[in-house]
Design a protein around this ligand. Structure first.
Ligand code: M6R
Length: 369
């Protein structure tokens, strides 16, 4: 049941710190290394992998896009991410050394299932990241890493997404661990950060009232744009998808660097633009670039809604609305940056009188191609 919440979606958003912690449970040993024996792909098989291909749909696809950054950075194995519905129709190049990762909350999405069947026919090994025990996708895969989000009832995926991210990070770090990379120290530090990230998600949830207020004030808008760079780009896509499916508004996510190649023509007076700002620490060049993107769109009238790390003062002059998130290592930032976007979309849907848990025209699991 809804446990005192008006909607399952609100309950599931609130459950995210626990879902994240549960997905890590038992997978980090006392020495701070990963133990993923349950995956049942041997270390020697993982050492042979020369390409990773991720297939998924919707929100799970966005988790895959983020996973690519982590996998390529920590393992140096090339990684492609493809919409499951497109995958098999382009005759993809796969063999025994390809690791295909199929990400699905329900485990019943037909597009993803058909993609993994195709991959296995070509000899590739398939690892499922799934939230539903015994569902078809893990049953037909060579191996499975379950997300422990618990049942997700609302059509809009929230806690499943965060746990898919955790599972993807675990796979990336594990691949790095068994193969040994020059990032060994970083991998250990990230595992330690991951172990605490549920607390950061909790802190974000405690500060969401201004986000809800802001959402209510935008109820009559027609369009909201979302910008991000690096892992913030898929976060922008996810924010836009949430707003489409829940608020039925025109919402689009862009890579901030693409603005000048077209989308900046959309900017007009008072257009809300959500900007996901990378950490100023670490890859600070990304941060500086997005600050100048904010300057550009604001000069053209955009109303900026800025999601930035605590202590990032450089964004303040360009933010009409500022949403703070805890400082987080760059690759893990989506775990905290996505949460305000979920709350934003949910509140806008409520303000517009939409059915939050059952948006029009959508089903929780899409079992037709
Ligand atoms: O069950 P799956 O993870 O395979 O579902 C994939 C998509 O259908 C799903 O993420 C969909 O996009 C959600 N409604 C997004 O909130």
């Amino acid at each position: 049941e809804k446990g005192g919440y008006d909607y399952f979606m609100l309950k599931e958003i609130a459950e995210q710190p626990k879902a994240v912690a549960d997905t890590l449970l038992g997978r980090i040993d006392a020495a701070g290394s990963l133990t993923l024996d349950e995956v049942r792909i041997s270390a020697s098989e993982l050492r042979e992998v020369d390409k990773v291909v991720i297939v998924a749909c919707g929100t799970a696809f966005h988790a895959g896009l983020i996973a690519k950054y982590a996998i390529e950075h920590w393992t140096r194995i090339p990684c492609e991410v493809e919409l499951a519905s497109e995958f098999r129709y382009r005759d993809p190049i796969l063999d025994q050394q390809t690791l295909v990762i199929a990400i699905s909350q329900s485990g019943e999405t037909m597009d993803t299932l058909m993609a993994l069947r195709h991959a296995r026919e070509q000899g590739a090994r398939v690892l499922a990241i799934c939230n539903t025990n015994g569902s078809t996708i893990p049953r037909e895969s060579d191996a499975v890493l379950y997300t422990h989000a618990g049942p997700e009832v609302a059509v809009a995926s929230t806690k499943a997404f965060l746990t898919q991210l955790v599972a993807c990070y675990l796979v990336a770090l594990y691949l790095g661990q068994v193969r040994g990379t020059k990032w060994g120290d970083e991998i250990h530090a990230v595992i330690r950060d991951l172990a605490h990230i549920g607390g950061d998600v909790e802190r974000v949830l405690e500060t969401m009232e201004p986000v809800r207020e802001l959402a209510r004030s935008l109820v009559h808008k027609n369009t909201v744009l979302f910008l991000g760079r690096h892992v913030g780009y898929p976060v922008a896509l996810e924010g836009a998808l949430k707003l489409k499916e829940l608020a039925y508004m025109h919402a689009e996510g862009f890579a901030a660097g693409e603005l000048k190649h077209g989308p900046i023509a959309l900017i007009e007076d008072d257009l809300p633009v959500v900007v996901v700002v990378p950490s100023p620490r670490g890859r600070s060049v990304l941060h500086d670039k997005i600050v100048s993107n904010m300057q550009e769109i604001r000069a053209r009238g955009a109303r900026t809604i800025v999601i930035a790390e605590e202590g990032d003062e450089a964004v303040v002059p360009y933010a009409d609305h500022l949403i703070r998130i805890p400082a987080t290592p760059t690759l893990l930032q989506p775990l905290v940056a996505t949460v305000p976007l979920q709350v934003f979309a949910c509140e806008l849907a409520t303000a517009r009188g939409n059915e939050v848990d059952q948006p029009r025209n959508l089903a929780k699991s899409v079992t037709v191609e």
